[in-house]
Design a protein around this ligand. Structure first.
Ligand SMILES: Nc1ncnc2c1ncn2[C@@H]1O[C@H](COP(=O)(O)OP(=O)(O)OP(=O)(O)O)[C@@H](O)[C@H]1O
Ligand SMILES: [Mg+2]
Length: 409
């Protein structure tokens, strides 16, 4: 079975660099490895220092291959009819055809097409490991969990079946209705989305989030961390990149910045525990070319195998309780195995919740469904902190300024 590792994170944090470095180390340890970029603004070639094909994997080093997925190519090969139909329905409304073709590239579909290529490479049997470098998107990542959402899930499927039936009946009277090629392609797309959903939750696939020790990447990564976990995707590591070195010979010039970074690294550690955290120091030159990438990966992973599943438990999940016709009751569960059963303090600020136990403080981004819910009791059982949330009591989202102290107990 092919091990698939997907790196995701905010723009410029080092996804491409860390992906290529991980792949270089995997290949150096004798695994047939493909590093594949799904970012339409490709930079994989720049990082490995060799021109990379958009069609067939390009050899980079012994056992190491790279591929930059061309979604326009994948579109044409997989969804030409679909695109044409969308384009022609827009052009009926006075949008010219070239703009219409652009509109037919629904956000998210690019990513889906790229992931389908990942799936087919994984199923080809050609690779021991595939490392995926993604585009800097916070939101389309959630599509990974439910690719079928793009076409409306079960409801969409039903609609599609009915629509196809109606189109067949009505076509003699209306010429702008889609033809069979459209329906065949959309039908096949739905099937592949289902396969893709199943593929993404298979146990050999994990996601790693890349961030820098700075405020905005930390906030975004917290949100990604919560929803990936809630959607049941396996997140097995958090990668902190571009950490400033602290060496005596560097003098005091960077003291302010290293101090600031130290603070954020502390927050990162408490925000994502018990998920393992790997740190990469800002190099003294651009990490370009296989040799330098290998050095980055070795320093980052140390004695750990970068291809291992580094963590396989769910640190956050949501349970729902139905109180016969009552307002919804949820339990947000946080795995905190190291807690002594001490006084837990909960502070909610806007859409974040800070849990303080002894001197450990952990801030998590709340799932959206809990934004309007009132925080109630908590209990700590078998290494899991369970927080009750009740729907409908709290009409307004609290202002994100200042802490709203809620003493639960
Ligand atoms: N540890 C590091 N030390 C020094 N430079 C680094 C390090 N990590 C990344 N860089 C540099 O930072 C820049 C951005 O890195 P990279 O392209 O890997 O980020 P990215 O997250 O893929 O960006 P994008 O979101 O644009 O795809 C590059 O110039 C890269 O060489
Ligand atoms: Mg990149």
């Amino acid at each position: 079975m092919t091990r698939v590792i997907i790196y995701s994170g905010k723009g410029g944090t080092g996804k491409t660099t860390i992906s290529a470095a991980t792949a270089a180390l995997l290949a150096a340890s004798g695994r047939r490895t493909l590093v594949l970029s799904s970012d339409p603004a490709h930079s994989l070639a720049d990082v490995v220092g060799i021109a990379v094909s958009r069609d067939r994997p390009t050899p980079i080093a012994p056992g190491l291959y790279a591929l930059e997925i061309d979604t326009i190519y994948e579109w044409r090969h997989n969804l030409g009819g679909f695109q044409q139909f969308v384009a022609s329905s827009y052009s009926n409304r006075g949008v010219d055809r070239s703009t219409a073709a652009e509109l037919a590239n629904q956000p998210g579909l690019d990513e889906i097409l790229a992931l389908q290529r990942v799936m087919s490479e994984a199923q080809s049997g050609r690779w021991d490991a595939i490392v995926v470098d993604t585009a800097p998107t916070g939101n389309t990542l959630r599509l990974l969990a439910y690719p079928e959402l793009i076409i409306g899930g079960e409801t969409g499927k039903k609609f599609f079946r009915v629509y196809r039936g109606l189109a067949n009946v009505a076509r003699p009277f209306r010429r702008d209705l889609p033809d069979d090629r459209f329906f065949d392609e959309v039908g096949a797309l739905m099937q592949r989305m289902e396969d893709l959903s199943a593929f993404l939750v298979s146990p050999e696939i994990s996601i790693r989030l890349v961030l820098n020790p700075e405020k905005l990447p930390l906030l975004e990564t917290r949100r990604a961390y919560t929803f990936l976990n809630l959607y049941g995707l396996l997140l097995d590591a958090v990668m902190v990149n571009k950490i400033l070195p602290t060496r005596a010979d560097l003098g005091s010039y960077f003291d302010y910045w290293t101090g600031l970074q130290r603070g954020y690294i502390g927050e990162i550690e408490t925000s994502f525990m018990p998920t393992p955290i790997f740190k990469t120091v800002l190099q003294d030159g651009e990490p370009i070319g296989v040799e330098r990438l290998l050095a980055v990966a070795e320093a980052t992973f140390g004695s750990q195998d970068p291809g291992a599943i580094l963590y396989d438990e769910r640190p956050i999940w949501l349970e729902q309780w139905n109180d016969d016709g009552d307002a919804g009751l949820y339990e947000l569960c946080l795995r905190l195995p190291f807690l002594a059963d001490e006084q837990v303090e909960l502070a909610r600020a806007g859409t974040d919740l800070t849990v303080t136990i002894d001197r450990i403080q952990r801030t998590i981004a709340l799932p959206r469904i809990l934004y309007d819910c009132e925080l109630g009791d908590y209990r700590y059982e078998d290494g899991v902190l369970r927080l009750e949330f009740r729907e409908g009591l709290n009409e307004l989202i609290p202002e994100p300024t200042g802490d709203v102290r809620v003493e639960a107990a």
